[in-house]
Design a protein around this ligand. Structure first.
Ligand code: ADP
Length: 484
């Protein structure tokens, strides 16, 4: 699938340290999840290279922070335009290594690029403060400064956007970055890095350490334990987030964590059912159910339960499963064999405990799974507690608003939540009562660069995107001027 790139030089397989492509001593294989075939052999770097990258970033910092915000913004904007100019190739690379349908991949390129534009703009608005004095002999000022070298460890489900969402605010604020992309999707990361080079990113300001699963753990330890690295941003599982937070404790590193979710999707009797079904489709089945904001648990009120199940099953059953490069395919493969095993385990557990299979429930080939709807799901089933991360919609039944809120909040996660209602009072009550960082009301699609993305409870720390997205990369400094 990669033979057809318009610009074959976007296919990079070496890592990027200090503006140079580094082959490393060994390689690891990146495979196409749709076919299982190898795509490329990528540089497999370890702890030593991680130290080099950190030192390169450290050396690049003074010149990068000394640039004016406008100068840094100009480079980010050039990078933004290059992502758009090469959107077709970037999408092909992404579909090849990640599996999502080509149209979805192209959508992600635009979404990923939007963070570069947004933070290029925001970089010019990192305002300080003057505080009215309480002593006529003194003046109080607050200035904002870049935090320092930043590290980012990113997942495979959004191979480009999860990089730009972290890296754009860091760079905009004046911080150099070291990125460790997911081992399943390094080619998208490297292509984006190549475009950063073309945009004029100075050497050492943006470094990419590619590594296989085992080396990722070692590289992670170096990034966390370094006292040069002042901030770590991670998107991935809660389990790995906890490990990284512990590893960062000795150096009291600032952390941004975007971890697992277990999003409830509530449909009240007064909802517009067709709209709710539409929202459920995008929220649940996008990226084959592999997003951290995917609806994971559907709670549907008695009066509309049967209608909702029937309508959702009809639409889910009409999705086309296949290789993301084939026209009309809406559901690509899952990322790896274990992902399919988890989906199968959740479905088997639900069926064993009395759920009904309404549609789907079938593994196709190695990594494909048919979009599935389960009804009569109950709280004792695995899918009620754990994130399935696959194309399965388990539908629970409820009677009262209080019951729905209690069930929705009965999880250690708190990333996204969704609900459908046309009652304005209920919209406020439920919107305020849900324990999550983001709530979609009468919509299943909430992400955009302008809004704060992030979770509460064990779904994470900090917010990405929006004007809040810059905060984690900035230190607030108070200057007290005396002898006035
Ligand atoms: P996912 O559930 O998305 O696969 P993971 O949390 O397993 O998420 O991985 C997300 C990222 O974290 C990847 O880049 C992966 O290489 C990295 N990673 C996984 N385990 C560790 C670890 N122990 N230390 C550092 N990085 C890790």
């Amino acid at each position: 699938p990669l033979a057809a790139l318009n610009d074959p030089s976007l296919l990079k397989t070496d890592a990027l340290i200090n503006g140079e492509w580094v082959a490393g001593g060994s390689r690891f294989t990146v495979t196409d999840p749709a076919t299982g075939l190898p795509l490329a052999e990528v540089a497999n770097l370890g702890p030593e290279a991680a130290h080099h990258a950190i030192m390169a970033a450290h050396k690049a910092w003074p010149a990068w922070r000394a640039k004016t915000a406008k100068e840094r913004a100009a480079i980010l904007m050039k990078w933004f335009h290059l992502l758009h100019a090469h959107a077709d190739d970037l999408a092909r690379i992404m579909t090849a290594e990640q599996g999502k349908p080509l149209a979805e991949a192209k959508g992600e390129v635009g979404y990923g690029a939007s963070f570069l534009e947004w933070f290029a703009e925001e970089s010019k608005r990192v305002y300080g403060e003057t505080i009215p004095t309480t002593d006529n002999n003194k003046r109080y000022l607050v200035i904002k400064q870049p935090i320092g070298v930043c590290a980012a460890i990113t997942p495979w489900n959004f191979p480009i956007a999860m990089i730009t969402r972290k890296v754009a605010p860091a760079l905009a604020a004046g911080c150099p970055v070291v990125i460790k992309p997911a081992e399943a999707t390094p080619l998208s990361a490297l292509a984006v890095a190549e475009l950063a080079q073309r945009a004029g990113m100075p050497a050492g300001v943006l470094n990419i350490l590619t590594a296989d699963g085992a080396n990722s753990i070692e590289v992670g330890k170096v990034l966390c334990s370094s006292d040069v690295v002042r901030h770590l941003s991670f998107t991935g599982s809660t389990e790995v987030g906890r490990i990284l937070a512990a590893q960062c404790a000795p150096t009291v590193k600032k952390l941004s964590l975007e971890l697992g979710g277990n999003a409830p999707f509530i449909v009240f009797d007064d909802a517009d059912i067709d709209s709710a079904v539409e929202g459920a489709m995008v929220s649940k089945y996008r990226n084959a159910g592999q997003t951290c904001v995917c609806a994971n648990r559907f709670y549907v009120q008695d009066g509309v339960y049967d209608t909702f199940v029937e309508k959702l099953a009809a639409k889910a059953g009409a999705l086309k499963v296949g290789n993301g490069f084939e026209a009309g395919v809406t559901t690509g493969p899952l990322i790896e064999d274990e992902a399919v095993a988890k989906v199968e385990a959740h479905v088997a557990d639900a069926l064993a405990k009395g759920a009904t299979l309404v549609t789907g429930g079938q593994r196709l080939g190695d990594r494909f799974y048919t979009p599935t709807v389960l009804s009569h799901v109950t709280a004792d089933m695995l899918c009620a507690r754990e994130e399935t991360f696959g194309p399965v919609a388990p539908i629970f039944r409820f009677s009262t608003e209080a019951e729905a809120i209690e069930a929705a909040n009965a999880t250690e996660f708190g990333l996204a939540a969704y609900f459908y209602s046309r009652d304005i009072g209920r919209i406020f009550r439920v919107g305020e009562a849900l324990e999550s960082g983001m709530v979609g009301v009468n919509t299943g699609l909430i992400s955009t660069a302008e809004v704060p993305f992030g979770g509460v409870k064990q779904s994470g720390l900090g917010r990405e995107g929006s004007h809040h997205g810059m905060d984690d990369y900035i230190e607030v400094k108070y200057l007290c001027l005396g002898d006035i």
